[in-house]
Design a protein around this ligand. Structure first.
Ligand code: SAH
Length: 252
């Protein structure tokens, strides 16, 4: 359905994992109507070509561990443009509320009295494994999945994740932002009681022409991913489903 976009509104748009075909119809409609689009480096950037002539397109993209626009500045930008009476799209990769700081942006707009809406997106946590042939649940193999951020190592004081509990939960574990700390994460899961031979896969640049999958096991996945020079964005899947291959989209 075409999205009804009132002037002076901010819309948080989930762009999906990268393939432009995986953005929602409502999200595309919002992009086509926007006066301002604030985006970062992930998501369906080809669809920025769909923006109206004269639309302002602002890249606030964060490179992992590199230069970035502070969140407060992004919040100010959204509020400022909306208060000028413009229609503002905040485009994120995947879904804005899955490690996308969408909640903070929603609150910043609401506190400033700016109308804000959300168009959910297809999260990479589910779609990237799917495109690599890995279902996050599968009858007889997994009765659920946990999506967790690996951006801080398990022994880092900022980590609030109980990796020992995850090791014993019996569910598929989907780790976002986990490539850098993968060796520590795998060690923590094994220390928590997970079998070292548990299937584990890493999918990089999922849903894009550069998609690559490394299939391995928990005790080797970090070395094999490093050996294959896997870089973000990548998703790690740990659990029996990571041993399945349900399609052959990739040449490997
Ligand atoms: N809001 C996003 C996640 C943002 S966090 C979502 O719902 O998908 C960024 C992390 O998402 C990356 O470090 C990576 O772990 C994962 N990611 C996003 N897009 C990806 C892609 N196309 N391929 C592999 N991983 C991806």
């Amino acid at each position: 359905m075409r999205f009804e976009f009132a002037p002076g509104t901010v819309v948080l748009v989930g762009g999906g994992p990268g393939d432009p075909g995986l953005m929602t119809v409502a999200g595309l409609s919002a992009i086509q109507q926007a006066d301002v689009i604030v985006h970062d480096r992930l998501g369906p950037l080809e669809l920025l070509d769909e923006a109206a002539d004269g639309a302002e397109v602002i890249n606030v993209g964060k490179i992992p561990r590199g230069a970035y626009t502070p969140q407060e500045e992004i919040n100010r930008l959204l509020v400022d443009r909306a208060q000028q009476g413009l229609r503002v799209v905040r485009l994120k990769g995947g879904d804005n509320y899955v490690f996308g700081r969408g909640g903070e942006e929603w609150l910043a707009c609401a506190e400033a009295g700016v109308p804000v809406r959300v168009i959910p997106g297809v999260t990479s946590a589910v779609s990237v494994p799917a495109m690599a042939g890995i279902p996050v649940t599968h009858r007889s193999l997994s009765q659920g999945f946990c999506v967790v951020s690996g951006h801080v190592a398990p022994d880092d004081e900022r980590s609030a994740v109980d990796w020992g509990a995850l090791a014993r939960c019996g569910l598929t574990i989907v780790i976002l932002m986990g490539v850098h700390n993968l060796n520590h994460i795998a060690d923590a899961l094994i220390a928590g009681g997970m079998e070292p031979g548990t299937a584990a896969a890493v999918v990089a640049d999922g849903t894009t022409p550069g998609q690559r999958t490394i299939r391995s096991r928990l005790d080797r996945v970090s070395n094999e991913a490093a050996g294959a020079d896997v870089r973000p964005p990548a998703i790690v899947v740990v659990g029996a489903v990571a041993g399945l291959t349900l399609n052959a989209r990739e040449p490997d």
